[in-house]
Design a protein around this ligand. Structure first.
Ligand code: LLP
Length: 426
């Protein structure tokens, strides 16, 4: 996070608070959110896309306090389940500022979204179009929809999080004609209002050319629809997926650069096709919340394994950050409670779970005198860590502490063993 520094005693501070005090107050592990950092990132996206709507992708991390922060910063919100929708509504997010995603929204979820007056529903299958049309007819409403288009771009990211190549579950294929068929079907169903097209090519993407190709392809469909039906769709959503730096090797484009390149493509294609320029929206999740958080862990054991490697075990692991195990993601780590003049030593930061793949940081240089009782901070854990956390091995999930202007407040409390037991019946 941006407001992290080393205090006079060598301990990390965030927004003026010493991490040792945070650890004493809230325990470890804990996710620490630099609130001003998150808010600045919201503002940067808004400034980069001044005439577009910025939807924060709630799947990256959602709780009521964060919903309020992004709403205060003028962002919209993308939700993709009934649970995310309920969280947003309970935080007072205006429903018309939300988009509802998902490849398998249930009838109950769609009903809730329609009844709440969610601003737009991004439809993902013919089944969903039928379900939604039926609901709209029953209720005498006309929901606004976007069609999720699979543009066939090979995004250069981990295959589990790439979403625009043809062979996958999301969206309507552009090449196969399903996307055009979906748009025509909605235009024929008078009960749905087709507002535009949507594409999302994947996540943690560094190469902006993927977004450019995708924008070109959806705009080609846009003009095909205009030519066939005489309708110019007023909106276009280019999705999220903007990469962030997890280690010093990563070099992501700024929101500003991305926006400039996307604008150029959209304006150019529209001029060439003689299309009115649609109102744009984007859906960053990771780029807003990812860098604003670090996880603070306590070191429990340090084990040198036959001179091969040193394992530094912390008090969390794959239950609070599954990304290393699942995507082979790279993170960094730093000793947080003090500095040391000891030699740097190549270490592997591992968790406390009962499997050997329980790795938080694959390789990191830590001072050779790292010892039980030290604190270790792992930055960049705001996105897809708490939101993908589990209770594996019956480990209670860590709290989220927001810090700002020298003050800390708990925004998600730590789970307790009672929370875990509360679900057992009998
Ligand atoms: N819009 C749509 C339709 C999405 O499916 C996603 C992410 C986003 C926006 C936001 O993408 P972002 O800007 O956060 O990259 N669990 C994986 C990431 C899965 C992303 C799913 N969809 C990970 O930990 O890397």
């Amino acid at each position: 996070p941006r407001n992290v520094a080393r205090g006079p005693a060598g301990a990390l501070t965030v927004a003026g608070l010493d991490v040792r005090d945070l650890a004493a107050e809230y325990g470890t592990p804990a996710y620490v959110l630099d609130e001003d950092d998150l808010r600045e990132r919201c503002r940067e996206f808004r400034a980069a896309f001044p005439d577009a709507d910025v939807y924060y992708a709630g799947k990256a991390f959602l709780c009521r306090a964060v919903v309020r922060m992004i709403a205060e910063e003028g962002l919209f919100l993308d939700v993709c389940t009934g649970g995310e929708l309920a969280t947003a509504l309970s935080a007072g997010m205006p429903p018309e500022r939300m988009g509802f995603h998902g490849n398998n929204k249930s009838v109950a979820e769609l009903t809730r979204a329609v009844d709440a007056g969610v601003g737009r529903i991004i439809v993902d299958s013919f089944t969903e179009i039928d379900r939604l049309s039926e609901l709209a007819r029953e209720r005498g409403v006309r929901p606004k929809v976007l069609v999720r288009v699979t543009v066939g771009v090979e995004a250069h990211t981990h295959e589990f999080i790439a979403t625009a190549h043809e062979d996958q579950k999301f969206g309507f294929s552009l090449a196969g004609g399903a996307a055009a068929a979906a748009a025509f079907k909605i235009l024929d169903e008078d009960v749905l209002e087709l507002r535009g097209l949507h594409s999302h090519i994947g996540s943690q993407i560094f190469d902006a050319s993927g977004f450019e190709v995708s924008a070109r392809r959806v705009l080609a469909l846009q003009s095909q629809i205009r030519d066939a039906r005489g309708v110019e769709l007023p909106e276009l959503d280019l999705g999220g997926g903007f990469g962030i730096a997890y280690t010093t090797q990563d070099d992501p484009a700024s929101p500003h650069e991305l926006a400039k390149r996307l604008r150029k493509i959209v304006d150019g294609e529209c001029a060439a096709e003689n299309l009115a320029v649609p109102h744009l929206s984007v859906e960053p999740g990771r780029a807003i919340v990812g860098p604003a958080v670090f996880t603070l862990y306590g070191v429990g054991t340090v084990k040198d394994v036959d001179g091969l490697r040193t394992y530094v075990s912390v008090d969390g692991g794959m239950s609070d950050n599954i990304r290393t195990a699942l995507y082979d993601a790279s993170y960094s780590a730093t000793m947080a409670n003090r500095t040391s003049s000891a030699q740097p030593m190549l270490a592997r930061v591992v968790g406390k779970h009962c499997e050997s793949g329980d790795i938080v940081v694959k390789d990191e240089f830590l001072p050779a005198d790292v010892q039980p009782g030290d604190l270790v901070a792992v930055p960049g854990t705001g996105a897809y860590c708490r939101s993908m956390a589990s209770n594996y091995n019956h480990v209670p999930r860590p709290p989220v502490v927001a810090v700002r202007d020298g003050r800390a407040r708990l925004i998600v409390r730590r789970e307790t063993e009672d929370d875990l037991l509360a679900l057992d019946v009998g």
